[in-house]
Design a protein around this ligand. Structure first.
Ligand code: PEP
Length: 253
């Protein structure tokens, strides 16, 4: 059985004070439940505060990006080690906003994934097609390239640690969610690709999250699908009650 994982991608939202208050709210409502892995991914500036605030709870802290080099002349970047020093355990890599606005490529996602694993971070590797690609019947090609290139060179032990987030770009922040069937179809495709990259046992251990306008109203039916192992949540993660509702849906699925 794969343990469900719900991660909140706060994007460029929340000051330090707001982050502390949001973590407090989640912590209060979560109690000591350990049925689901719960992750919050604040902006860099609030990571240290979030790490302090999650102490004594089951909540883990993640980052939204990192550089693949350990150090050096990369203005504006942070490394895996720097994140580790702030008690970060997860890192989102290849989010569609990074691919779209910051020229993130499958090659850089691959380098970052390898660097994150080497530093002991759990990468959340994002893949997903645009609406144009879906309409052109290119879902399989797009996802296959992103998975094969993004996870290139990983052995079975490394693959098992990776979390994948399937996020159809047309569903992110749009209020338009993939139907459970549409999502399950791509999740099954991803699991099939993982079998080819490794073996059935390894592919069966990898957690694949769905992301794209997941909210309390639609979380349960998405999380009931056999290959949907959690959610990467944007908008609904900015409010403690909505986020917790989704965590509860995962715990009951
Ligand atoms: C995201 O950015 O990862 C995301 C899924 O956003 P939203 O839930 O707002 O669609």
């Amino acid at each position: 059985m794969r343990k469900k994982i719900i991660a909140g991608n706060w994007k460029m939202n929340k000051t330090v004070a707001e982050a502390k208050s949001l973590v407090d709210g989640i912590k209060l409502e979560l109690g000591d439940s350990t049925k689901v892995d719960v992750v919050v991914c604040p902006p860099y500036t609030a990571i240290s505060a979030a790490s302090e605030q999650v102490e004594g709870s089951q909540i883990a802290v993640g980052a939204q990006n990192m550089h693949f080099e350990a150090s050096g002349a990369y203005t504006g970047e942070v490394s895996a080690e720097m994140l580790r020093e702030q008690y970060v355990r997860y890192v989102i890599l290849g989010h569609s906003e990074r691919r779209q606005y910051f020229a993130e490529s499958d090659e850089s996602v691959n380098k970052k994934t390898i660097a994150a694993l080497a530093a002991g971070l759990i990468p959340i590797v994002c893949v997903g097609e645009t609406l144009e690609e879906r309409d052109a019947g290119q879902i399989e090609d797009v996802i296959t390239t992103q998975i094969n290139e993004g996870l290139k060179g990983l052995d079975a032990d490394q693959l098992k640690k990776v979390v994948i987030a399937y996020e159809p770009v047309w569903a992110i922040g749009t209020g338009r969610t993939a139907t459970p069937e549409q999502a399950q179809e791509v999740h099954a495709l991803i699991r099939g690709l993982l079998v080819k990259l490794s073996d059935e046992g390894t592919a069966g251990a990898v957690r694949i999250q769905y992301g794209g306008s997941m909210k309390p109203a639609n979380a349960a039916e998405l999380l009931a699908q056999p290959d949907i192992d959690g959610g990467l949540i944007g908008g609904a993660a900015l409010d403690a009650s909505s986020f917790i509702e989704i965590v509860k849906a995962a715990a009951n699925s």
